[in-house]
Structure formats: C-alpha cells, structure tokens
Ligand binder design. Structure first.
Ligand SMILES: *Cc1c(COP(=O)(O)O)cnc(C)c1O
Length: 377
C-alpha cells in the first residue's frame, strides 16, 4: 500500500460486527472475559491495549515503514518512555544544541536526575558529533527540521556515526511528518512524534507516538508503554487517526503556502533573514532536498526592527492567530523568545528576541500574505 492509501486504510478495516466504516471509539477501561483468562480478542485492560489505539498504532507503523508503532498521551510522554527504554542510568546521549525546548527540559531537568547524561551538539557539524561520542553513548537524539530554527541534520550520516559507535539514532520527525520524511528508511532506529502537530492536524488533541524499525525494540517499548502508562485515551487516539487520513493533502498545501510566504518574506524590508529549508540560501537546503519530499509548513524569520518589531507583528495579524503549538489547518504566529521557548533561557539554544515563528496553515495564500502585509507595514 502506498502512503495515502495506508493513511486511510492501514489498521482500519470495517468493523467486523457492525460494518462501521470508521473505527469505533472503544470508550472502555476493561473487557469481559469468557472464563478466567479467556480473552475474546486479546484485550484485557485499556492501559495495556485498546482497539481504537491499536488501529492508530497499526496505521502509524505502516506510514513510517516500521516494525511497530506505539501511541502516547503526548509527544513528551513518547520521548520519556523511549529514552527510559533505550537507556539506563550511567548512559550518555547526544542531543541537538537547538533541540525543541521540551526535549531539552526533559534531558536537563528530569533524565539527568535519573542518571542519563547529555551533551548538546550542533548536529549539522558531523565532526563535532563524532567528537562528542563517549564509550557510554547509547543514543544520538536528532531533530530535523528543528523547532524553531528550522536547521537540518543529515539523518543517514548520523545513523552511520551512531551505529559505528555502538549507539542508536532517534529522529524527532514532528516538523516533517512521515509524509515528508521517513527517518527509518534513512537509517534511524526510531521516529518520534508529537501527534498534537501535523499528524492530528486540527489543533484539537494532544498526543505522541514512536515508530521503531526493530521488533525487539518494539516489544521492549510496548512493555514500558504499559508499565509507565502514559497512554492516550480512545477518543484522542480516534482524533489522531482521523487527522492522519488527510495528512498527505494537508502537507502538500502546507508546503505550497509556506514556500510562497518564505519567498514573500525574503524580499520584505521589515525582515532581516528568513529561516526555511526550501530556500536555496538555507544552510541545510541540499540535505533537505535529498531526504525530504517537501520542506514543510514552518517558517521562522528575524524582524529587522528587533524585539519590539517582532512583538508588533505578532500582535497585529488577524488571520494568523497568536498562539503556541503548530501543524494545524489554521495559521499561527508566535514569538519563541517569550512564548514556546521562554523556558530554554538557560539552554544552549539561542533564540534571538527578534525571532518570529509561523505555522503556515492551509487557508487561501492570498489572505495569508495580505494579513502579513498589513501586520508588517
Ligand atoms: C510539540 C513538540 C514536542 C512535544 O510534544 P507534546 O505533544 O507537546 O508533548 C516534541 N518535539 C517537537 C519538535 C515539538 O514541536
């Protein structure tokens, strides 16, 4: 099955009892047994397994071409469960110097207390990545494109470095989605998602996911998913599954709109520079062109008038809604320094105060450009 077909059909056969074409929301915590231990279809308790969640997990595995997909209550829950499965206290992880703020906080504020050390490295500098590997390095944690600086890392090259050093490679594929980039096919051991973003796609659910290449790792992660218990409910699983059906068509429009906006911003006097991997001037453009099938819907830029100009633009748009999060059908604007990345003030990530981040939605492009035009003039 090709991508768009799998998005609609993988794990989603009509219900065998009723014929329901859409996977039902199995809003139940437990399942009747035929005699002690006599499970009717393998389900016993909904933390351990739920049919709506199974449909989502089967679909996620198919989209990423993995051995197993696992759904979680949030992107952070997915990340935490994954690291606690792949690492033990005393292990070391290489993380991106511009990792998503929540990822940095997880490693620095939580996992360090559990005994997992980390070194932030610029992952576009492969020599620096090699130099950061230690005998106890178990994991290279990659994010590409990064949030909010849109930097690009070479997934294939990082997989080689990780595997050569006895470590594994995880890719946070939230910004690209599996429609635009398939980390496992490029050599990664696991892809991790905030399904809150493009997979859900409608800003109406918080969720996370992991897809792994290897069934053994999948079994270990399945054990941890049940043991730790950070699972999504049936309705949240259903919302993500419904979002995924239109992922392909949404991503095409996100990419087209974002490309047009990046071009428009590039010529604007109120803009110092535009960060978008689709621009030939972007440092990671060639790698992105090789490993992605489009450049995504996220565009960041530096306002030439500094922080006050950036804050003004954020407060003047009317179609672009001033809000955190990203990846939904509606366009959003935000100021990372004061909003999504305020908690990273002491991290290695330097978010300049003039930075503005756009999550370009799928509205009409003329309305989006007209809105930015009035906000920036
Ligand atoms: C939002 C986000 C996360 C965290 O996901 P939640 O669903 O908010 O827990 C992780 N990585 C990236 C790149 C994100 O944008």
């Amino acid at each position: 099955m090709k991508f768009e077909t799998a998005a609609i059909h993988a794990g989603q056969k009509p219900d065998p009892v009723t014929g329901s074409v859409v996977v039902p929301i199995h809003q139940t915590s437990t399942y009747a047994q035929d005699g002690v231990g006599g499970l009717r279809s393998g389900y016993e308790y909904s933390r351990t397994g739920n049919p709506t969640r199974t449909a989502l997990e089967t679909c996620l595995a198919a989209l990423d071409g993995g051995a197993r997909g696992l759904a979680f209550a949030s992107g952070m829950a997915a990340e935490d469960t994954l690291v606690r499965t792949m690492c033990r206290p005393g292990d070391h992880v290489v993380i991106p110097a511009d990792a998503y703020g929540g990822t940095y906080r997880l490693f620095n504020g939580v996992l360090s207390g559990w005994g997992v050390e980390h070194t932030p490295v610029d992952l576009s500098d492969l020599a620096a990545v090699r130099a950061a590997l230690q005998p106890n390095t178990r994991l290279i944690w990659c994010e590409t494109p990064t949030n909010p600086l849109l930097s690009i890392a070479d997934v294939g090259a990082l997989a080689e470095i990780a595997h050569g050093g006895g470590a594994r490679l995880v890719v946070d594929n939230t910004f690209a989605s599996p429609y635009l980039q398939l980390p496992l096919a490029l050599g990664a051991d696991a892809a991790v998602y905030s399904t809150t973003k493009y997979l859900g796609g409608h800003s109406d659910v918080v969720g996370g996911a992991v897809v792994v290449a290897d069934a053994g790792l999948g079994a270990e992660l399945g054990y941890a998913q049940n043991a730790i218990g950070a699972v999504p409910g049936a309705f949240d699983s259903w919302l993500v599954l419904r979002g995924i059906k239109t992922l392909g068509v949404r991503m095409e429009r996100h990419c087209a709109n974002a490309g047009r906006i990046a071009d428009w911003l590039s010529g604007h006097p109120a803009v110092e520079s535009v960060l978008y991997p689709g621009l030939p001037t972007h440092a990671g453009h060639d790698i992105a062109a090789r490993q992605m099938r489009g450049y995504g819907g996220m565009v960041s830029f530096l306002a030439s008038g500094g922080e006050s100009a950036a804050l003004d633009i954020c407060s003047r748009t009317t179609v672009f809604i001033l809000a955190e999060s990203l990846g939904g059908v509606e366009s959003l604007i935000e100021h990372p320094g004061r909003m999504t990345h305020a908690s990273t003030a002491n991290s290695p990530l330097q978010v300049l105060p003039s930075l503005v981040r756009l999550s370009v939605g799928i509205e009409d492009i003329d309305d989006l450009i007209a809105d930015l035009d009035q906000a920036m003039s």
